[in-house]
Design a protein around this ligand. Structure first.
Ligand code: NAD
Ligand code: SAH
Length: 411
């Protein structure tokens, strides 16, 4: 039995899914193929990704491929209740409620696993963690899974290195057709979509501090610059720091940046990037948000504990009054601002990420006899396949090597 807020919200969810579907040509092509070939016939699949329109369309494509699909939230604030209702209405068991507390959030994951999936998609590693700890009893029958995001991949590799990964897991985030576009251009745009619609404040002329100059940080810095901000980058990796300098950004420690920033965006996958010592020196009115990992990049607990009071400054914005009278603002409780205060990455981006996911699940199924427990890269053929359809659907043709050129290059 699904756990959702209200099935009556389904009509609005269906409208959102239809819009997303119209802007996801690669997944449209995969859906047409899956309808003919039914690769997942009779298999149970669990999708634990942000429950919004693009994810819903992925679930429906897998269903068109013959699977019994269940969907579970991967973040308590990113669920859109109308989309969850539409999924349910389309015959997809759904376990997701916007604003779920920790207990309900983990119950939803558990209920998802209790559907006994043969294949699953994880986003951040919560499912894999649950399967290796509290619910090891549900491991049997799992052929493998696929991980959507950078932090989840890091956790998988660490677990694999310790020799503790008990199922085959594909690192979908590390596919070129995923992180090159999703993490960089997707995050770059959707972070500002979330910030701008939530604050309704100007970016031009502000000092925007971006913590982390990985794929996501590059995207956010590029977009902040494009909107007229002065961008400061903080890093712990000297090479990434040089890259940021060469890209034209100021680089400094967070201790320094804390005094200068008007808007702070954390994108590191690390914890405690902005802490009390930073709150103590920030400008009155500074705005903070996170788009990296769960809700641990900004030390929200200490912000709460050391402020004299807090109030709802605007929907999704909490204002914290500091002992000296300054006010600091936190967006979306320090959870992913692009998903908890926006609709996440645009459809054209998730089209590529989710096409990689759909093809990766098919790959696990086709190769399950050979896949041992461990972390695996997505085969380059899947990147090539997704890139090919993406280009042709946009009417773009590229050159191909002549036999002479091929010989010249590769001997
Ligand atoms: P990445 O590994 O490419 O980049 C992270 C960067 O942060 C690295 O350069 C690292 O050196 C730096 N860093 C680590 N700790 C730091 C610290 N304490 N201070 C400053 N810099 C620090 O990873 P990525 O692909 O850019 O992803 C970053 C995070 O965003 C991950 O948690 C990932 O799961 C998440 N993510 C979110 C979205 C979204 O939609 N919001 C999309 C993709 C990835
Ligand atoms: N589940 C964790 C981990 C970060 S999620 C958390 O919520 O904190 C980051 C992932 O969200 C990215 O890798 C990206 O692919 C995915 N994402 C971004 N926009 C999305 C969207 N519109 N729909 C579904 N997933 C999205």
């Amino acid at each position: 039995m699904s756990i959702i807020k209200d099935i009556g919200l389904a009509p609005s969810g269906h409208i959102k899914i239809d819009w997303a579907k119209k802007h996801m040509p690669v997944l449209n092509a995969i859906e047409r193929d899956f309808i003919k070939t039914r690769p997942f016939s009779g298999k149970n699949i669990l999708v634990s990704v942000h429950v919004e329109a693009k994810t819903a369309y992925l679930a429906l494509v897998l269903k068109s491929g013959g699977a019994n699909v269940a969907v579970a939230a991967c973040n308590p604030l990113s669920t859109q209740d109308d989309v969850a209702a539409a999924l349910c209405d389309s015959g997809v068991e759904t376990f997701a409620v916007h604003g779920a507390d920790d207990e309900l959030y983990y119950k939803c994951l558990e209920k998802g696993l209790e559907t006994r999936p043969a294949l699953f998609i994880d986003d951040g590693g919560d499912l894999v963690h649950m399967l290796h700890t509290k619910r090891q009893d549900l491991m049997e029958g799992i052929l493998g899974g696929s991980e959507e995001t950078t932090t989840g991949v890091a956790r998988l590799i660490a677990r694999d290195k310790r020799g503790e990964l008990k199922i085959p897991m594909m690192l979908a985030n590390d596919a070129m057709m995923k992180h090159l576009f999703d993490n960089r251009y997707g995050t770059g745009q959707s972070v500002f979509d979330g910030i701008n619609r939530t604050t309704n404040l100007i970016v031009a002329g502000k000092c925007v501090v971006v913590a982390g100059y990985g794929w996501c940080g590059k995207g956010a810095s590029m977009r902040a610059k494009g909107m007229g901000a002065r961008v400061v980058v903080t890093e712990i990796d000297p090479i990434k720091a040089i890259e940021a300098v060469m890209d034209g950004f100021e680089v400094m420690t967070m201790d320094e940046a804390a005094k200068k920033g008007d808007l702070f965006i954390t994108l590191t996958g690390c914890r405690d990037v902005i802490t009390k010592k930073h709150f103590d020196v920030m400008k009155d009115g500074a705005v903070m948000c996170n788009a990296g990992h769960f809700d641990v990049e900004i030390d929200v607990k200490s912000l709460r504990d050391t402020s004299t009071s807090s109030y709802e400054a605007r929907h999704n914005i909490e204002g914290f009054t500091r002992p000296d009278g300054r006010t600091l603002y936190l967006l979306a409780e320090g959870r992913l601002v692009n998903l908890a205060a926006g609709d996440g990455h645009p459809a054209e981006i998730m089209d590529m990420s989710f096409s990689v996911q759909a093809m990766t699940l098919k790959y696990i199924l086709d190769n399950s006899a050979d896949l041992r427990p461990g972390a695996y890269r997505v085969p380059a053929e899947i990147d090539g396949y997704v890139a090919g359809i993406k280009l042709s659907s946009g009417g773009v043709s590229i050159d191909s090597l002549t036999p002479e050129q091929e010989k010249y290059l590769y001997g």
